[in-house]
Design a protein around this ligand. Structure first.
Ligand code: C2E
Ligand code: MG
Ligand code: MG
Length: 403
């Protein structure tokens, strides 16, 4: 195909430039990387759909190149990267949009492969929204296929266990959506969620995940397993003031214990309709539904959210947890988050525990609950049941079955 979308990458570190270029090419872009910003003006043309720009370069910094693009009335989508702290990135982003440029994303170094891949895949998808070819090469399903998936039972909730650091015992599981696509196989939320949003099917998805979770919790309970299930909730879930009553009704209908259901919400989710969400969340807490602030530390107004919303649990974002053993700043954030969570009476969960070293570190810092690949990947409910038995968590679960 000659009509590939084009990306220009400007980074003075050749390794980073070629890393990004290779990922972009794999995804189906035509990509060029340069490491000498002085060549930028000659190379620049409006044919580039995306420009990925490092802010910190010795000869000419990214801000100067942005200024040049503004004089050209550039319409390309711009992604800024930097090893600076995110406040520098944010102000650069603001500066660029003041000049009429379209900065769509900022990335902090080190750039994670998965983050880059998700970002570029989503961009490829949005740029080539109607191209069947692009979708196929990216394993991206159509919204029509998603509609059908609901009727064909292709959407399946997987569960990832969470363990107590102190006892090593199971304390619950997070419900995570998966799509068994007839052609592409198992699809993950990175692909599913943008499609759900595009098809405006978020409410349907949430209700599907809730139904499967309630159903599963009740089946486990019948087998003597009291497993607390955490469901991720999107902002649209907090538009209906009757949600707390509906949840209460479901808990009764499925004969669940109160406290067996938890909701995980992100800060950005809550910003959208604060008063309504506050009303709903407060009443959910009054009905003993656990509320967890997800991806803690990545949003914008973490502290004021914690002050306003009655969270019972804090989940420290995996980007900090994973780097805590090697990066002093990540470590400081994790440490302070644990202190803060405890000070506010919350259970603190660390997501993204991938190594024993990270487990030990977080455990020593007094973190309460661990979730991550070191323990287990998300899996279908029947596999989790087998895992629980094999790992010997069953005794504890039987003990907690009685209210
Ligand atoms: P999340 O709520 O922060 O979920 C944790 C994500 O981290 C999951 O990705 C999980 O598979 C992954 N994970 C767990 N342990 C590790 C680890 O040790 N290392 C690494 N690298 N990753 C780990 P997943 O399943 O791809 O879900 C991604 C996101 O999609 C979730 O992030 C959540 O925001 C969203 N999501 C998933 N299912 C649903 C859903 O049913 N409804 C809504 N609204 N959002 C969902
Ligand atoms: Mg979550
Ligand atoms: Mg998370």
């Amino acid at each position: 195909m000659n009509n590939k979308r084009q990306i220009l990458i400007v980074d003075d570190e050749p390794d980073i430039g070629s890393f990004i270029r290779d990922v972009a090419i794999d995804i189906g872009f035509k990509a060029t990387a340069i490491h000498q910003p002085n060549n930028f003006e000659q190379l620049y043309s409006s044919d580039f759909d995306i420009i990925i720009l490092d802010l910190m370069m010795p000869e000419r910094d990214g801000i100067e190149l942005l200024r040049f693009m503004a004089t050209q009335d550039a319409t390309a989508k711009i992604i800024l990267i930097s090893g600076y702290d995110s406040s520098v990135l944010h102000s650069a982003q603001k500066l660029a949009s003041e000049q009429g440029l379209n900065v769509i994303q900022t990335l902090t170094k080190p750039i994670l492969y998965e983050d880059l891949e998700t970002l570029l895949s989503n961009l490829q998808f949005s740029l080539n929204g109607d191209s069947k070819e692009a979708r196929k090469s990216l394993h991206l399903a159509t919204t029509q296929e998603l509609q059908n998936a609901f009727n064909q039972d292709e959407l399946q909730v997987y569960f990832q266990p969470k363990l107590s650091f102190s006892s090593g015992k199971l304390v619950g599981a997070e419900a995570l959506i998966r799509w068994n696509h007839p052609e592409y196989g198992l699809l993950l939320p990175g692909i599913i969620m943008p499609l759900v949003e595009q098809a405006e099917l978020m409410e349907a998805l949430t209700s599907e995940v809730l139904q499967q979770s309630f159903q599963q919790a009740s089946e486990w309970l019948k087998d003597g397993l009291n497993i607390k299930i955490a469901v991720n909730m999107d902002s649209c879930s907090f538009r209906d003031l009757n949600l707390p009553e509906w949840v209460e009704e479901q808990i009764r209908k499925y004969h669940l214990h109160s406290g067996q259901i938890a909701f995980e919400v992100t800060e950005t989710t809550l910003m959208q309709e604060l008063v309504k969400s506050l009303d709903i969340l407060t009443r959910l807490r009054m009905k003993e539904v656990a509320l967890s602030i997800d991806d803690f530390g990545t949003g914008y107004s973490s502290l004021s959210q914690l002050y306003r919303i009655p969270f019972s649990e804090m989940k420290i974002d995996q980007s900090f947890v994973m780097h805590a053993t090697t990066d002093a700043e990540a470590l400081a954030i994790v440490k302070m988050s644990i202190l803060l969570g405890h000070e506010l009476g919350m259970t603190v969960v660390a997501e993204g525990i991938e190594t024993q070293e990270t487990w030990n570190l977080l455990s020593d810092m007094g973190c309460d609950v661990a979730q991550g690949y070191l323990i287990a990947n998300p899996m279908p409910a029947n596999e989790l049941t087998e895992w629980i038995i094999k790992q010997g968590h069953i005794d504890y679960l039987e003990l907690t079955t009685m209210p």
